[in-house]
Each structure stands twice: as C-alpha cells, then as structure tokens.
Design a protein around this ligand. Structure first.
Ligand SMILES: [Zn+2]
Length: 364
C-alpha cells in the first residue's frame, strides 16, 4: 500500500487543480474530482461528483461499516494555490524523504491518504462507516446525504502529525469615510476623507494592545488584528472625497459577536469624533468562525494511534470549523512537510505513510 499511496499522490499532483479564484493558471477541480471519483468506482464504492459551477466540483464517497450509523467523516480540499515561480509544479520530485510538487503538503497528501484508506477498506470490512469528501474550495464543505451525523470529522490538512483540536477564526471589517472633493490649493472648500483614518488606525492599535493583555488560549495564543487595505483619494492635488480602511481580526474560540461588534463601533466612533465634517459608516464584511473541540476519549484514541503527538492549535482557518458548526465535531490531522503556499512545497513520505497507518488503526 505504501507504494500505492505515493502513486495516488503522484497522480493527483499531475493534474492542475489550482484554484481559479487564486490564479489565472487555475483549472478548477473538475478533472481531479473526476479522477478521484474513478478511483472509488473502480473499487466498487458508491461515489459522486457534485458540480458546483463550471469547473468547480466536489467528490464524495461512502463505505458502509458493520455499524452503519457510526460514521467517520474524512475531508480534503482538492484545490491548490498558484504555481508562479515553480519549474515543474505538477511532477513529483524526490529528494530523500521529501516529495516536492504543488499541493503535496497542502493537501493532496491528505487526499491520497483518503484514497489509500478506500482501497484498504474496500476489501477489509470496516467496523464503522466512512464518508469521504474531497472539496473544491477550502471554504466549501460538501457532505454526502447521511441518515445520521458523523460522530467525528477528520480534516487532513498538514499538522505535522499533531492533533489539531482547535484553530482560529477570522472576521473582516470595513469602514468608509466620505468627505468632499476640492482643489488641493483650496482645502477649506472640501472635506478631507483621508486625515480621519489616523484616528481609526490609532483605535485599532489600542484594541490590538488590549487583546494582547488578555489571557492566551492554551493552544492558539492571543487574538490579533491588523489593517489589511487602505484606499482612497483620486489625485495628489485633490482633497480626497472618500477613503476606506479594511482590517482583519483573528478570533479565538469563545469570543462573542458582541465583543467584535463593539470593536467596530469603537473605530467608527473614533473617526466620527475626529476633527472635520466627514461622515463615517462601517460594517462586518466577512466572517469565519474559530474551531475548538473537547479533548474526549475519542480524541485521545486518535492521539494514541498517531504515536502520542501533542494536541495543537492551528493558526490558519480550515473547513473543520464549518463541520463542527454543523454538529460534527471536527479536528485537523495530516502529515509533516513544508511550503504550503511557497515554491518549494514538499511533504515527508515517511510522515504521509505514518498518517495513513494512524488513520487505519484508528478506524479498525
Ligand atoms: Zn489547506
């Protein structure tokens, strides 16, 4: 099976599955989703490609177990980031234990592990049912229609074989400041919409400092925020009639919406009270929740089969938060490697095999 796992990974990497929303080279997941689907069909396992739009799709499959209502959800995203600056991104290159190629680490290795588990449990009856999900976009969760909710979801993002029981969420905020355009030589005829931004930035700095004073989460550390985009004005010789500030807040489990809204209101108020006759409005533009699940006997069993690696909080956001929110307690677990969004992406072959073996013993 170990050679087969490498073969599956080689096959998956060969197909361009760059996310078309991230890069113009992107071809979407239709081809790779169909390739995964053929793997299941050849094993006689019921599976399906679900087209979302055009070249974006999800693939799902299901193996019923001895105990059909005890379902384990397995998940991986098929899309990868772009390939700019890479020589031969779609061909696996081996250097000792390192398998280089786009998507090897994040996270086609996790998809290859799912394919390996399917091959194994197609012959070997599984005590529990297995719901396999391969999704188009990391923010697109597709779960096959199931009679009961899975008891656990394992999202095979790279975690260096640690058990990722939590990850941060994020919320995007935006404020808009409106002024009045005027000739740069006659500022008294206009209302400057850029000067008040400094009050917003100052307030954000204060809030960030306050967050830094709060007790850290045991696995995730502290909540943070940062201004991401500033825009406004039309020309250097014109008093700017408009400006916008966007910031991102990385959230911890347990932080309330009320607290986040309170921060937005503080920034709006700081700008409103700034000198000038400008107007300000603001809103929350996007939100993805954090994830945290209890460390129970099930999670401890997975930890044991994974060789006793520690629990870990992941700084990045993942689909597992959506599954937990939908009533399927979900964790992250995947191989070691490097270069998730870099040109030198690789996954450790040994770690890939370890993860496969850990998953197999967890299931049986
Ligand atoms: Zn990923």
């Amino acid at each position: 099976m170990h050679n087969q796992l490498i073969q599956y990974l080689t096959h998956l990497v060969k197909i361009n599955s760059v996310n078309p929303e991230l890069s113009s080279d992107g071809q979407g997941e239709q081809e790779i989703g169909e390739c995964v689907n053929r793997h299941f069909q050849a094993l006689g396992i019921s599976s399906k490609v679900h087209t979302i739009t055009g070249d974006r799709c999800n693939t799902t499959a299901f193996i019923p177990g001895h105990n059909p209502d005890k379902i384990l959800l397995l998940n991986g995203h098929l899309d990868t980031v772009g390939i700019e600056g890479m020589d031969d991104p779609f061909t696996i290159r081996r250097d000792g234990d390192k398998l280089y190629g786009r998507g090897t680490y994040d996270m086609l290795a996790g998809c290859a592990i799912q394919m390996g588990l399917a091959t194994y449990f197609a012959d070997q009856p599984s005590p529990i049912s297995l719901a396999f999900t391969f999704v188009a976009d990391e923010e697109n969760l597709s779960i096959p229609t199931l009679s009961v909710l899975p008891f656990l979801g394992i999202f095979m993002e790279p975690t260096e074989e640690a058990i990722g029981t939590s990850h941060k969420g994020y919320t995007w905020f935006e404020i808009n400041i409106d002024g009045l355009a005027a000739h740069g030589s006659r500022p008294e005829e206009g209302i400057n919409a850029i000067f008040p931004l400094q009050y917003a930035l100052k307030e954000l700095e204060i809030i960030n400092h306050e967050l830094d004073q709060e007790d850290p989460h045991p696995y995730l550390g502290k909540a943070t925020l940062h201004p991401g985009i500033i825009s406004g004005g039309t020309a250097q010789s014109v008093i700017a009639a408009q400006s916008t500030l966007n910031w991102e807040r990385r959230t911890l489990p347990g932080e309330s919406q009320q607290k986040l809204n309170g921060e937005l209101n503080r920034v709006i108020e700081a700008v409103r009270n700034a000198p000038g006759n400008h107007k300000v409005s603001g809103e929350k533009v996007y939100h993805r929740p954090p994830n945290e699940i209890e460390d129970d006997s099930l999670i401890q069993k997975l930890q044991k089969t994974a060789g006793g690696k520690p629990f870990k909080g992941m700084s990045y956001w993942a689909d597992s938060a959506l599954a937990t929110g939908a009533g399927i307690p979900s964790i992250l677990f995947g191989p070691a490697g490097h270069g998730a969004h870099a040109i030198d992406e690789w996954v450790s072959e040994k770690s890939l095999i370890n993860c496969y073996e850990s998953m197999k013993s967890f299931i049986t």
